[in-house]
Design a protein around this ligand. Structure first.
Ligand SMILES: [Mg+2]
Length: 183
């Protein structure tokens, strides 16, 4: 069995925690939260780049490093319990976003050491293609794809890849997730 994990809001508390400290640091630098939040709403539909976001407010560039450093504990411990039970060679991260930024976050959390491959796709469509490529490569094995956004499931070709199973991640703990995987 192969396991594909999304990163943001699955393995990593991106919205719950990273975004919060981003607003906090901006506030400290003199940007009120209502201003940064309003701007975030205008840029989030495109690929979000934290560096560009900070640059927009002309804050000190060292804030990026600070945010990154503070993010190292924002890992979803429940899922790490699960990942540690799975053989490393069966574990993948497939994440959509800016390459440099995603890699920075993945590295700082240390989760890189627990998976065999990390694939960062820079457009949303490639995420589907990457998942399907893994299904094609391991067609005799079950492939479990765990993501917090249902939009990444809708174009997947379940007819062509009957070995694929998707699980919508909504905060399940390790035990519950394991039950869903084995269902
Ligand atoms: Mg996500």
């Amino acid at each position: 069995m192969k396991y594909i994990f999304d990163f943001d809001d699955v393995l990593f508390y991106n919205t719950k925690r990273l975004k919060e400290i981003m607003y906090m640091h901006l506030e400290k630098a003199g940007v009120p939260r209502n201003i940064s939040e309003a701007y975030y709403k205008t840029v989030r539909t495109n690929q979000f780049r934290l560096k560009d976001f900070l640059r927009h407010f002309s804050v000190d560039e060292s804030i990026y490093e600070k945010i990154l450093e503070e993010s190292k504990d924002f890992i979803n411990e429940e899922l790490i319990i699960l990942i540690k039970k799975i053989k490393k060679e069966n574990c993948y991260i497939v994440t959509y976003g800016d390459k440099e930024q995603q890699l920075d976050k993945i590295k700082i959390t240390g989760v890189e050491a627990l998976v065999s491959r990390i694939i960062i796709t820079e457009d949303a469509y490639s995420k589907k293609e990457t998942v399907e490529e893994i299904c094609a490569k391991y067609k005799d094995e079950k492939v479990i794809f765990i993501d917090d956004k249902v939009q990444y499931f809708k174009d997947l070709d379940f007819k062509k890849y009957p070995n694929l199973k998707t699980i919508l991640y909504t905060g399940q703990n390790a035990k519950k997730l394991l039950e869903e995987i084995n269902k």
